[in-house]
Design a protein around this ligand. Structure first.
Ligand SMILES: [Zn+2]
Length: 459
């Protein structure tokens, strides 16, 4: 297989309607992306797979959908107002803005072996024009806006930089209304916003993104065991949905690099075309968040074990996954290019062929219905099959072009099955079902088609 290139994956995403650059007709808006007709289906499927594994299939986890705008005290308590910053410098000549820590790292790498003493920020010049840089300023990554008609400091609110805090502030309400006992978890999927200075790598790092977060509350002392369980879960989730195990690995954050609230953090990393990058972070946040919100709100967020009479502030294990990142990882992992193609139909034989080998439950379109003729009775029969199957799944109807071309269009978007209505169908009541990865074909009676597909799709 040809080496996976981001450029080609991005191009497929735009051409086939998975992901478009945001505000494209106005020349785009820095690192925003829009999910097209197929992208929204894929993203929904990834979200649903996560929700099913984390919430639906577990009786110790419940769901939540909290507001994006939260009381500003939330961000004082969480530490975001104070500490959620990046160190920035500006170039005095070309006005470009940089992360000071990134410039220092780059400069230190350059000077390695040449100079003994550590690099000082005063020795660093603008990488774009060589100009002089300003002093470092701390830049808060939260998007700020105003609530109500008056734009004044008292009305400042923030777009949440993570969904987690919505879970912590609802801890008592959820626990009481659902009669949950520790250990239990609260899961939430939703948009979060970070005013990143250097977004990049397509949808990997964007300023607006969707998170899938679980806060799993445990008794202190049982936190390390629970952590191990969720760490293993992260890997199983991806490989269980067809992810290639070799493309995933764990990264243990060194103690000295941990966030102020974290006792331990392990990332699940994915081998993207640009290198290993964080996909899913699992953090042991201890009792930091509940304690802080307890202090700032004046509410008691401790937990009483009714059976033993013990009272404590639970520790929390947080596996936090970006939905956009997860979707991108599945796309990259499934992407396959075959030089020269694998089909032998004359008109398309020598072209390069792209197959998106998505897990059937993630594939946006589950089956395509292809009549070999645009005339009756094939057309009517094909439309009828489409009507029946679309009751249950997203399916496509396609009658244009050679059947080889139509197969390729479906392979490229990851459709697991193509159903061909051919000239024998009116006589024997059977259709030809062709599988995407093996290209194996089988004649299946129309009356059995739905069951046949359901068994193979598993959804
Ligand atoms: Zn400059």
């Amino acid at each position: 297989m040809a080496e996976k290139s981001m450029e080609r994956i991005v191009s497929l995403c735009k051409r086939r309607g998975f992901i478009f650059p945001g505000s494209d007709i106005y020349g785009g808006l820095g690192s925003t992306y829009d999910y097209g007709p197929l992208g929204v289906l894929l993203k929904n499927n990834v979200r649903n797979a996560w929700w099913k594994a984390v919430v639906q299939k577990r009786d110790d986890v419940v769901g939540l959908d909290s507001a994006i705008l939260m009381h500003p005290r939330t961000w004082e308590a969480s530490g975001h107002l104070q500490g959620f910053t990046d160190p920035l410098v500006d170039c005095k000549s070309c006005r470009k803005r940089f992360r000071a820590d990134h410039l220092l790292e780059a400069r230190s790498a350059e000077m390695k072996g040449l100079k003994e003493e550590p690099v000082d920020m005063r020795d660093v010049r603008c990488p774009a024009c060589g100009g002089e840089l300003t002093d470092i300023r701390q830049f808060n990554l939260m998007f700020k806006t105003f609530m109500g008609p008056v734009e004044e400091d008292a009305n400042t609110v923030y777009l949440r930089p993570e969904t987690a805090q919505g879970i912590f502030v609802n801890f008592n309400l959820v626990r009481e209304s659902s009669r949950m006992k520790v250990p239990f978890g609260i899961a939430q999927v939703g948009k979060a916003f970070r005013n990143e200075i250097t977004p990049g790598n397509f949808t990997f790092r964007t300023r607006e993104f969707e998170q899938m977060e679980l806060e799993y509350f445990v008794k202190p002392g049982t936190d390390e065991e629970s952590f191990e369980g969720w760490k293993a879960f992260m890997m199983e989730f991806f490989t269980g949905l067809g992810g290639k195990a070799d493309n995933f690995r764990y990264y243990e954050h060194p103690k000295e690099d941990l966030s102020h609230y974290s006792k331990r953090t392990v990332d699940l990393e994915y081998l993207f075309p640009w290198g290993w990058s964080e996909l899913w972070g699992c953090a042991n946040r201890t009792d930091f968040d509940l304690k802080r919100h307890g202090e700032f709100s004046g509410q008691d967020l401790s937990y009483l074990n009714q059976e033993t009479g013990e009272r404590y502030v639970p520790y929390v294990i947080e596996p936090s996954l970006g939905l956009d990142r997860a979707t991108l990882a599945f796309l990259v992992d499934a992407y396959d290019e075959i030089d020269g193609g694998r089909t032998t139909t004359t008109e398309s034989a020598k072209e390069e062929e792209t197959v998106l080998r998505l897990h059937p439950s993630l594939a946006p379109i589950k089956a395509a219905i292809l009549p070999l003729s645009k005339k009756e009775p094939l057309l009517g029969m094909a439309r009828e099959i489409y009507g029946k199957l679309s009751d249950r799944w997203f399916v496509q109807y396609d009658q244009s072009g050679s059947v080889g071309r139509r197969y390729r269009r479906q392979d490229e978007i990851g459709t697991p099955f193509c159903v061909t209505v051919d000239f024998e169908t009116p006589d024997d009541g059977k259709v030809t079902v062709r599988e995407r990865d093996t290209m194996a074909q089988e004649r299946v009676p129309i009356v059995d088609l739905e069951g046949y597909l359901a068994g193979r799709l598993g959804c």
